[in-house]
Write a protein that binds this ligand. Structure first.
Ligand code: MG
Length: 393
């Protein structure tokens, strides 16, 4: 098998570090030709040295950071690295800041393995059009979508009746909803099964994560919203399921270990040996499933509505949510306000059919301004959008 040239965007974050772990275990299979981090110069430096990475960049280094000679700085430098000749670009930058580098990779005709659902949510139509134009492909790293991809392989798309995403239920799946107004970031960050970055962990606690994933699945697999369902599955052993018209349902099962979907996407669907230990089903039994209570988790309905309205509304959903989550983590927004403010932004969102990239960016900025004002955040305090700048690590 030839060595695959990999570009890592978000190389020092949770997914990036696990990708590095996979790559380090298969040195004959992968070569990292470029790596980008937001601001962790020391972490990126160690990785560049260890893996012999050719090109590196920091998107938003601290002003007093010692950036090594030859490294790029800023979003444009990240986009340049994303467009270098490669076999796969692994996108693991948190949130909307991943949009431009993802488009740069797709425009270069490179396969994109993405862990950043926000890009497909905010600009699914634009992203799909760019991929079609250059013939590039988008492979999922998100565990549920990797599971769907695995279940769909070798199947006739016309035989698929339903996609079923599983949700852990997050930190508050059994907490009295009446007490959620007082929930602290520390409590919301205690995810029952997965160990992930702060943005996605808060999204799991509100269930907005699953709402974003419904939209992500719509764009990845080109399936209408009424045929994408969600079930709560507390142990996160069944990563998702596909139902077929003969009455069969396929599930993908495994211990919660992101290295499996990362390796599968980096290797373009080939299964590499020994990536993770198989699930011990006897020890993990019984497997439980239950429907989502819409009163406990209103965010799922808000996201579904945004997806069904289409146009720029999913971009508004995503941007409003990013600002609220960032504010919640800093103590500037109550937990229950996250879904309320995002829902209000979705209802107020303008209808724009067939949005251009500029329409998406305008909608993103509109939603960020709206929520920043609603929360009375100091100007510039909110997490920035696809233009880069300050934001989550
Ligand atoms: Mg997921």
């Amino acid at each position: 098998m030839p060595t695959r040239r990999v570009i890592l965007l978000g190389a020092t974050g949770s997914i990036g570090r696990q990708a590095v772990d996979v790559i380090s275990r298969f040195p004959d299979r992968f070569e990292v030709v470029g790596a980008v981090a937001r601001r962790d110069a020391a972490g990126l430096g160690a990785l560049v040295e260890r893996l012999g990475v050719g090109r590196a960049a920091l998107v938003a280094p601290d002003p007093d950071a010692d950036v090594p000679t030859g490294w790029g700085v800023g979003l444009e430098a990240a986009c340049e690295i994303a467009a270098l000749p490669a076999d796969v670009v692994c996108v693991a930058i948190t949130g909307a800041a991943a949009l431009r580098p993802t488009l740069a990779a797709l425009d270069a005709g490179t396969t994109v393995a993405t862990a950043t659902k926000e890009v497909l949510v905010m600009a699914g139509e634009v992203v799909r059009a760019r991929a079609r134009r250059s013939g590039s492909r988008i492979l999922p790293i998100d565990s549920e979508h990797s599971a769907l991809w695995q279940c769909l392989r070798g199947e006739d798309p016309a035989s698929v009746t339903r996609l079923i995403l599983t949700a852990s239920g997050g930190a508050f799946r059994d907490r009295d909803p009446a007490t959620l107004a007082d929930a602290t970031p520390e409590e919301a960050l205690r995810h029952p099964t997965w160990n992930m970055g702060p943005k996605v962990t808060i999204d799991c606690a509100t269930m907005m994560n699953k709402g974003l994933e419904v939209i992500e699945a719509h764009f990845l697999f080109e399936i209408d919203y009424p045929r994408i369902d969600v079930l709560i599955h507390p142990s996160s052993v069944v990563h998702s399921l596909v139902e077929f018209h003969d009455g069969a349902t396929k599930a993908q099962i495994g211990a919660p270990d992101m290295r499996v979907p990362i390796a599968l996407a980096l290797a373009d669907g080939e299964r590499l040996p020994g990536v993770a230990a198989p699930a011990d089903l006897a020890a993990l039994s019984p497997l439980a499933f239950r429907p989502v209570d819409p009163l406990r988790f209103p965010a799922l309905g808000v996201a579904r509505r945004a997806g069904e309205r289409g146009g720029v509304v999913p971009a508004i959903l995503n941007a409003a949510n990013e600002v609220c989550v960032s504010a919640f983590l800093r103590g500037a927004c109550r937990f229950d306000q996250i879904t309320d403010l995002v829902g209000e932004a979705v209802e107020a969102a303008p209808a724009v059919a067939g949005p251009s990239l500029d329409d998406v960016l305008d909608a993103d900025a509109w939603a960020r301004r709206r929520v920043t004002e609603a929360l009375a955040l100091p100007a510039g305090a909110a997490v920035s959008g696809p233009g880069g700048g300050a934001g989550a690590a």
